[in-house]
Design a protein around this ligand. Structure first.
Ligand SMILES: NC(=O)c1cnc(OC2CCCC2)nc1N
Length: 324
């Protein structure tokens, strides 16, 4: 019979691997029942042997930490806001400004997840801090809540002394509908949209409530200290996947803004085809060295722009009123 600490370590690895397969690679390997059985055994063993409990154990994902308030934390680098483009003219203008400064350029186009920016810091491979955007310079520290999101790895898969990651925390549409049903049954006010629900869920003082909200996370940026370590945005996305993060797979690479414009037009029709809300696309210069050359304006990168989908005529669906 392997000793308890070996069994606990084996369970942790199996559970985190299953999280990575499910949330990172979108290829589940364990059934929910098998996953729950492993997690329950881990929680039981850690209760019987608290000397083996560590903060980065997957058992901590169920939450249980109750914050009094959220401490403020200064971001390693300011989180900037994106300029917006609303039509082809704006995108052509963006491309002209880029090409005025760099010759050949390639664009990566990512879905613009309609959630909220979350910054994560890993030291020696362990998640040590997570924060909301706040005002871009200073955010709220919500680490305990973020640890309950299975798509956010508690430990990196590859060695890294320190890693700063940015991504979008969001609530999948399914979680949103279920949550509002529960709130309606409980006579509580409903959330207007998944983005508000995600914001409210991430700013819960009781992380057990966050754990029940079934939130998601898509990573899209790293702060690379070493020059040129990751040469392009597509290399950054591959690196994030290797490290165990959930990276949105719907990104495209184009070498001409006309192709970007055509893709934006296609995506207006497909915007509701995803199990999460998107409110546009994010167009980024792919080459990191060119991003550095282009730099930033006072508030936004010159090397990226958000294409916002046109506002929709929201037809209010009137439920059939059955007169009994
Ligand atoms: N909501 C999103 O999905 C999203 C937001 N922001 C970014 O990139 C930041 C980082 C560098 C320029 C803006 N990418 C995204 N995919």
């Amino acid at each position: 019979m392997p000793d308890v600490s070996q069994r606990i370590e084996a369970l942790r690895e199996q559970i985190e691997e299953a999280n990575y397969q499910y949330y990172g690679l979108d290829q589940p390997t364990l059934s929910d029942a098998e996953y729950d059985a492993l997690l329950q055994e881990l929680i039981r063993l850690e209760k019987e042997h608290p000397e083996f409990l560590t903060p980065d154990s997957p058992s901590q994902r169920v939450g249980g930490y109750i914050a009094k308030e959220f401490p403020k934390v200064r971001h390693a680098e300011a989180l900037l806001s994106l300029d917006n483009a609303f039509d082809a003219g704006d995108l052509l203008e963006f491309d002209r400004r880029v090409r005025a400064l760099v010759a050949e350029v390639e664009y990566v186009v990512e879905l613009k997840i309609d959630g909220l920016t979350v910054a994560l810091t890993y030291e020696d491979g362990a998640l040590v801090r997570g924060a909301t955007r706040g005002d871009g310079e200073v955010g709220e520290e919500i680490t305990a809540n973020l640890k309950t999101i299975p798509a956010i790895p508690l430990r990196l898969r590859k060695q890294a002394d320190r890693l700063d990651v940015r991504g979008e925390g969001y609530m999948p549409k399914g979680s949103f509908l279920r949550l509002n049903q529960e709130r309606e049954e409980a006579g509580q006010p409903l959330f207007a949209n998944p983005r508000n629900a995600a914001a409210g869920s991430l700013r819960q003082l009781d992380s057990r409530i966050t754990a029940q909200r079934k939130l998601g996370y898509f990573a899209y940026q790293v702060l690379t200290p070493e020059e040129g370590e990751l040469a392009s945005q597509t290399a950054v996305l591959d690196y994030l996947k290797e490290q165990g993060f959930s990276v949105n797979p719907e990104y495209r690479v184009f070498s001409a803004i006309e192709e970007v414009i055509a893709y934006c037009g296609e995506m207006v029709e497909k915007r509701h085809n995803y199990p999460y809300d998107i409110d546009g696309l994010v167009i980024k210069v792919n080459d990191i060295a060119q991003q550095r050359e282009l730099g930033f304006t006072a508030k936004s990168p010159r090397w990226a722009i958000a294409y916002k989908f046109p506002a929709e005529q929201v037809e209010t669906v009137v439920e059939d009123i059955v007169i009994r």
